[in-house]
Design a protein around this ligand. Sequence first.
Ligand SMILES: [Zn+2]
Length: 476
Amino acid sequence: MRFDRRIAWLLIVFLVAVSGLQGQSAPVPVADRYKPAADKIIAAALNDNDGYKDLTYLCDHIGNRIAGSDALNHAIQWAAQTMKDKGLANVTTQPVSVPYWIRGHESASLVAPFNRNLHILGLGKSVATPAGGITAEIVAVSSFDELVALGADRVKGKIVVYNEPWKDYGDASQYRTRGASRASALGAVAVLVRSATGLALAQPHTGTLFYDANAPKIPAAALTVEDAGLLARLYAEGAPVKVHLELENRLVDSVPSANVVGELVGSEHPEQVVVLGGHIDSWDVGQGAQDDGSGILASLEAVAILKKLGLQPRRTIRVVFWTNEESGASGAAAYRKAIGDEIKNHVAAIEMDTGAEAPTGIGYGKMGRGANLAIPAAPDPRSVAYVNQIAGLLASIGVTGYVPGGGGTDVEPLTNEGVPGLRPVNVNTHYFDWHHSEADTIDKVDLNDFRKNIATLAVLSYILADTPEVLAGSKE
Ligand SMILES: [Zn+2]
């Protein structure tokens, strides 16, 4: 009898182990065990005003905060104090060196076949134009294939205008990130890139570019959707179209910055960590409200609510505001370096960096870079079922279940080494209308949608930090 029970127990442990979930708890469903706590958290989050108040302060009083700027340094000090005020433990600023790209005077205009001002924003990390600017004929293309088809003969000495039709951010942003080097490899002298947005409201959207080491660095700027269309139509008429471009940017390679870290320390396994956060830097336009003020302050408020409710999980929840996500992710790399071997104690990494629109799901599993953010990788089915149970606890606020692809840029060094990555997934209706533009301001963040994101992060991080089970890793 005894022997049989031992065999049965071993069988259960074995089944749990091979399924990717580890632990010895009785198999009461997660959803049943955590329903009372989840309901309390949701009720608190839906009435929370503190998180939105913090976000409003960050946006209105500190404003946009590009890596390396005084504004970002101010935000970092303010964030550390805010974490302390909310009762987080072990609040520290973790030093990180970041590039500081400084936008100077910039302008662009059509000079032939007639004069017309063009609306631009230089792309982050772009080199400047020579003194006096560049005046050159353009070639307009709607894809890299068209650029290649033109060939070096027709691209040399020209300004390449990318007028790619909007499909999604992953598709459009590659012209911003890679367009300059692809064009300069064929002899182009500058590029103008249609803004990576689905909404044309005469607003340029900036963002970083990456130069290839083996192509000359040429100046690059984002055009409004309207101006990109104008240039493409004029080019298609066949007569020479000329543009004058001036960018007086400069780049300081390395200035001091910091990640901001604070904890809700676990009651039983303080050394085991669920890391949760977003990025504190933004572009140098708008207020960095959705991208990613909403992510960091929803993360912080999620933990503040757990504290207020007296919900201390068994493991530690660590809130991190990463620096320099936008132009190199050196904050993410510094965090990975700082934790060293402790990465083995990271049981989950949750990142919120797609705005605070109404949440609809929980992203989990291996995340691809670029197109649509998520590349499904068929993660462990038991873990997917577990995520679905957590999502089920959020059904009252519109979260319906698991979505393939979790994590994000700031936790990528962790998920690349096997830490399970998660993220709140939302309706994504307007995020790229505002993203990286002057329009990313506090008025775009809906209070109730923001509260729902706080609820999602709080329930998710609390359960992941408290249950004996852990999710299967992100490494296949
Ligand atoms: Zn972001």
